[in-house]
Design a protein around this ligand. Sequence first.
Ligand SMILES: CC(C)(COP(=O)(O)OP(=O)(O)OC[C@H]1O[C@@H](n2cnc3c(N)ncnc32)[C@H](O)[C@@H]1OP(=O)(O)O)[C@@H](O)C(=O)NCCC(=O)NCCS
Length: 256
Amino acid sequence: MIAIRKKAARIARRAGRVEGDIEEIDGAQRAAARRACPNNAPWIKSSSRPKRSVEPGSLSDFLAIPDRPLAVRDDGETMPDRVTPALLIRPLGPDAATVDALAGLLVETVAGGGSVGFMHPLDPGAAAAFWRAALEAAARGERIVLGGFVGGELAGTVTLQLALPSNQPHRAEIAKMMTHPRRRGRGVASALLREAERLAIAHRRTLLVLDTAAEEGAAGLYEKHGFVRVGEIPDFALKPLGGLTGTLIYYKRLAG
Ligand SMILES: CC(C)(COP(=O)(O)OP(=O)(O)OC[C@H]1O[C@@H](n2cnc3c(N)ncnc32)[C@H](O)[C@@H]1OP(=O)(O)O)[C@@H](O)C(=O)NCCC(=O)NCCS
């Protein structure tokens, strides 16, 4: 909450609306910041919202603040005041527009060499079929597919796999983590991972497990978020553009 206040205060101050201690920003000042920067309105608004609690099975939208500014607008132009646009993260349902957006992201990720279980070139129809089935599983409560949106456009996704054998009800798996190439390096994956962890805890999971390619995978991202490396299985899978890579296995204990 303090970080959110600081950012709102920075925006307001840049616009000449706030003076004094950044910790002291109040509702009126946030409103001034909102008027000064309408593009950032949802983001600023989030600072005045009470934190929502999410019950298992009743998921709701929320606004997440990336680690670092997303300084590029949806139209690709640098924002004049380099204000952070809102990143909206929400669980996705099996509608056609969502399937299309996820399929496009998957095809592009694989084409760029991302190891997410597919070979390049990935047929868009096969990508859509994968996501349709995944979102139907999500609708049955077997997993949660999160989408991160910037200006209504899908910027990234991650899946929290909940349906596991009946002797492992305490754990969940992280999979299909992808950020659109244009949105990378701005904290989208970090925000998605944090929300996946929050939802895992809400579902009473105390252990998260994942794997990532040893070559060109995302080991640094997961280690930054406290995942512990167990080891490497060599020659585990083909990279999307060919050639074998090992896989790294990670876990993270969650506060119960
Ligand atoms: C991996 C991926 C999801 C990261 O997305 P992102 O939105 O750019 O990540 P973030 O901006 O949230 O990065 C957060 C941190 O993780 C680090 N990080 C991100 N991707 C990394 C990678 N591939 N290797 C090492 N570290 C990485 C970043 O350096 C950053 O740390 P910093 O704040 O100290 O600089 C994105 O590069 C991607 O889609 N890759 C292709 C698909 C893929 O490999 N997915 C992983 C499957 S397990």
